[in-house]
Design a protein. Structure first.
Length: 375
């Protein structure tokens, strides 16, 4: 009997395969197609011949943990213990799975805000829990009345993805205060804070759970070097959590992967001495602005993009087809691949929205926009 009977081939695989078959420009999957920082490559080339290819300690390479702790203190003013409050994971997705499967048991309820990243629900189902999907507002901001109404005696966890994939929205101070007011009434509910796009924000600074005194002692924060350093294939992420939660997660992590790729950890640990994360945000701001300016006079309506490297557009002025069919038509007839937003909803809510990834070379974005403007 399948634990995930309703899981089929992901929309990302479907769209990428279709894009390959039709030679379309692929703005569907969220990975950069430009070269990594030359300094990262130089460090990799220098370290590859070193004695760094055996297991690291289970929780992560000590020097990398120290660099992350330093960055967390510098960025958010939070001092974390490298030995008791941090864990290196095989990408943020493994961190998410580990956290959920550590704390969720049979019939526990987990609130997930839709549209949502596609790994949350399967992680809950494998743990035997029950996903409770709660829709965001039409402008993709959180609806706290719906969130509060969804809480029951069985609610064990809420998942907050900020900056938000797929919509590119980010939470405000007022949003966090609203969440704090609700959860103050429910002290046993845990928070999974997915912050993998923490260094890619535009309209306002990212507000991290690291800075929320009322919440951080019940929050597990997941982040990823794949997004911030443009090395998605290295699959190196990390969790930050209070000691009592981290102690339990390390038990699961130990028997899930034990330890993470040693070479990548060594390289990233050294690279963190030279990288400037503010430059990452500036680079993506330039790409967002370029893409927006290129298609602003098209028939696509641009939605707000506060962070991440995703731009959501509305195509109501072009077609009345559902978003999955229109996304396929966009590939086969117009040569550009995107992701339909309805697939991120439990009930397939369709508001004629598509997600484009602008983590691409300027040349790729210009070529794609040229095709989109002709529609």
């Amino acid at each position: 009997m399948s634990k995930l009977p309703n899981i089929t081939t992901s929309i990302f695989s479907v769209m990428s395969q279709l894009a390959n078959e039709h030679g379309a420009i692929n703005l569907s999957q969220g990975f950069p197609n430009f070269p990594e920082d030359k300094r990262l490559i130089e460090i990799s080339q220098r370290l590859i011949n070193g004695n760094i290819h055996q297991y690291t300690p289970m929780a992560g390479l000590p020097s990398l943990l120290e660099k992350i702790a330093h960055q967390t203190l510098k960025q958010y003013g939070r001092k974390v213990s490298t030995s008791t409050e941090m864990l290196i994971t095989a990408g943020a997705t493994q961190g998410v799975f580990t956290m959920i499967n550590t704390f969720i048991s049979s019939n526990d309820e987990v609130i997930i805000l839709d549209p949502s990243y596609d790994s949350y629900e399967p992680s809950v189902l494998v743990a035997g829990g029950k996903p409770i999907r709660v829709s965001l507002n039409e402008d993709y901001t959180p609806n706290f009345n719906r969130i509060e109404d969804a809480i029951s005696a069985k609610t064990k966890m809420i998942v907050i993805n900020n900056p938000h994939n797929p919509t590119g929205r980010i939470w405000t101070e007022k949003d966090f205060e609203s969440l704090e007011n609700i959860l103050e009434k429910h002290p046993k509910i845990l928070i999974l804070g997915d912050e993998v796009y923490e260094y890619i924000t535009f309209s306002q600074p990212h507000i991290s759970f690291n800075t929320r005194e009322k919440l951080k002692n019940r929050t597990v924060i997941a982040s990823s070097f794949g997004k911030s350093l443009h090395v998605t294939g290295w699959k190196v992420g990390y969790l930050i959590a209070p000691e009592n939660l981290m102690y339990e997660m390390k038990k699961v992590h130990q028997f899930l992967v034990f330890s993470v790729n040693s070479f990548s950890q060594h390289v990233i640990a050294e690279y963190l001495d030279v990288v400037d994360f503010s430059e990452v945000s500036k680079m993506y701001l330039q790409k967002r602005n370029l893409f927006q300016n290129l298609i602003k006079d098209s028939k696509f309506e641009l939605m707000p993009c506060d962070g991440t490297y995703f731009q959501v557009v509305n195509y109501n002025a072009i077609s009345s087809k559902n978003d999955v069919d229109f996304a396929k038509e966009l590939i086969t007839k117009h040569g550009v691949a995107a992701i339909p937003i309805s697939v991120f909803y439990n009930d397939n809510t369709d508001r004629s929205m598509l997600r484009f990834c602008f983590a691409k070379t300027d040349e790729t974005l210009i070529a794609a926009a040229e095709k989109l403007r002709k529609i």
